[in-house]
Design a protein around this ligand. Structure first.
Ligand code: GLU
Length: 277
């Protein structure tokens, strides 16, 4: 049974790029008669914008993007994250790295003798096995191999916060998602999250990465860079623009409500049409 999700970080209101990711993951789930969850990835408090815990779910609802079951909060799953870290520790796949920013090598990887040292305070890193051959077939982009892949990367930060890669890799398998549709800015992260799944002996979900929405200068829209919030007073127009961006068949002009537009879009959804603009 298909299970999909949208997992924004509460670092600001939804912008058009996040609406596109939310809509595509929603439509792919509904088209496949699956369930769709919303999870707020709230594990990095210094980056949070308190109001977005309210504005993000409100904005999704305004656009008719209603999730199944309860809204999930990643911060509630710290024990599960720690449990999987201890599993990786028992499997000998992680080490404590005491390097500072200046002693880390290219791609922010540890290249000193940290793995051999037993003690010390620092970040906790996964080291990739030489046997791993990262690569997968993306549902949108086709066959993918990483252009660069670090030899190790952070699972738990020096300040004690769980890193995005670990939390997301763990939650995605533990919450049982079968399909993850998200922006192409996360493609590099996908290789890392798949490496975590592999280290845990788990199967990864299928992934599909969407074209990125950029501003007039070609930069990715991002909440941190202050991208404009979606105007919630015109949800139908926003959905039409997002469908257009996703290269989907336009709903007829008779489709006047959010429900009409989403019903049409679900029926006519074609994930493999995304890249044929
Ligand atoms: N929380 C991440 C973000 O907002 C995305 C997580 C994901 O889709 O894996 O960028």
């Amino acid at each position: 049974m298909y299970k999909g999700r949208f997992a924004p970080s509460p670092t600001g209101p939804l912008h058009f790029g996040s609406l596109v990711a939310a809509l595509a993951s929603f439509l792919d789930a509904r088209y496949n008669q699956g369930t769709w969850q919303v999870r707020l990835d709230d594990i990095d408090p210094p980056r949070h914008d308190r109001s977005s815990f309210q504005t993000i779910p409100d904005c999704l609802e305004q656009h008719g993007l209603f999730w199944d079951n309860d809204l999930l909060l990643q911060s509630r799953r710290k024990e599960t994250h720690e449990f999987y870290i201890s599993k990786l520790r028992r499997a000998g796949r992680i080490f404590t790295c005491t390097c500072t920013r200046t002693t880390l090598g290219p791609l922010g990887q540890c290249q000193s003798d940290c793995p051999e040292k037993r003690h010390g305070q620092g970040s906790i890193r996964l080291h990739l096995s030489d046997a791993t051959e990262p690569g997968f077939t993306d549902l949108v982009l086709g066959p993918q191999i990483p252009t660069v892949m670090p030899k190790n990367f952070v699972m738990k930060r020096r300040d004690g916060l769980i890193a995005y890669q670990l939390a997301t890799a763990v939650d995605d398998i533990d919450e049982g998602y079968t399909h993850i549709i998200r922006g192409s800015d996360l493609l590099d992260s996908t290789f890392r999250q798949m490496a975590i799944h592999e280290a845990l002996g788990k199967l990864s979900p299928r992934y599909g990465h969407l074209p990125l929405v950029t501003d007039s200068l070609g930069n990715k829209l991002s909440k941190q860079a202050g991208a404009q919030a979606v105007d919630e007073t015109r949800p139908v127009a926003n959905l039409r623009l997002a469908l257009d961006f996703l290269n989907q068949t336009s709903p007829p002009s008779a489709a006047k409500s959010v429900g009409d537009v989403l019903n049409f879009a679900t029926e006519h959804w074609r994930l493999n049409q995304l890249n044929q603009g």
